[in-house]
Design a protein around this ligand. Structure first.
Ligand SMILES: [Mg+2]
Length: 218
């Protein structure tokens, strides 16, 4: 049920897939509104960017709040349906996998250990500049030895899509049960289920075609 937005039907074969973690591999758990409220941040302000502007003391206190939320979310995390099947399917096809998350290394390790997940390369916020910059995507592509043009970035948030596009990868927005958000137009493809990624890399995503009105098509 993939809904391609643009040129997914005749591109070079996908050789790597870079995933977001919270809300993509796992069901969305982190309550960013609650984190912002605890940190007295305005609605919608990205938390990491706000922390970068704080005094060292306030930033340290904010880091503790964020770590607590991340730890609880990681401990309670649940996988999206098809996560294991998708990663195994990619492995069987020889397609490399990366994980790029704005979460901490500790909370990421907790999620991966809890669900017995493995990726070829993992980058967390401690590793340097993060999404929405395209730079971390470029770094992962270099490590995986796959060009961005042969890479698919998968995430549930605007920053995932912006990072993937900035690096020159193709992009898939994972919406699960949600309505497609306004920024869905910026992604090459919108998916509701992770296993749709296997259809994309197999080059059959175009079979079900076009935007969000699939149900009304003949
Ligand atoms: Mg996410």
């Amino acid at each position: 049920m993939c809904m391609p937005r643009r040129n997914l039907d005749a591109p070079a074969a996908i050789k790597a897939v870079i995933f977001d973690l919270d809300g993509t591999i796992t069901r969305p758990r982190l309550d960013f509104d609650a984190i912002r409220a605890e940190l007295a941040l305005p609605p919608k302000q990205p938390v990491l960017e706000a922390m970068a502007q704080m005094s060292p003391e306030r930033c340290a206190a904010a880091e503790a709040v964020l770590e607590r939320h991340e730890r609880e979310a990681a401990e309670q995390s649940e996988l999206h349906d098809g996560a294991h099947a998708t990663l195994e399917g990619l492995r069987q096809r020889g397609i490399r996998t990366g994980l790029l998350t704005r979460n901490s290394r500790r909370s990421t390790d907790t999620v991966l250990a809890k669900h017995d997940l493995a990726f070829d390369f993992i980058r967390t916020r401690e590793d340097g500049v993060t999404k929405p910059s395209g730079e971390p995507i470029e770094v992962i592509c270099r490590v995986l030895r796959v060009s961005p043009a042969r890479t698919l970035t998968v995430g549930d948030f605007l920053f995932d899509i912006q990072a993937g596009r900035a690096a020159g990868t193709r992009t898939a927005l994972m919406i699960g049960e949600r309505e497609a958000p306004p920024f869905a137009d910026e992604a090459d493809c919108v998916i509701r289920d992770l296993t749709e990624i296997l259809a994309i890399v197999d080059g059959i995503a175009g079979a079900t075609t076009t935007p969000t009105t699939k149900q009304s098509e003949p």
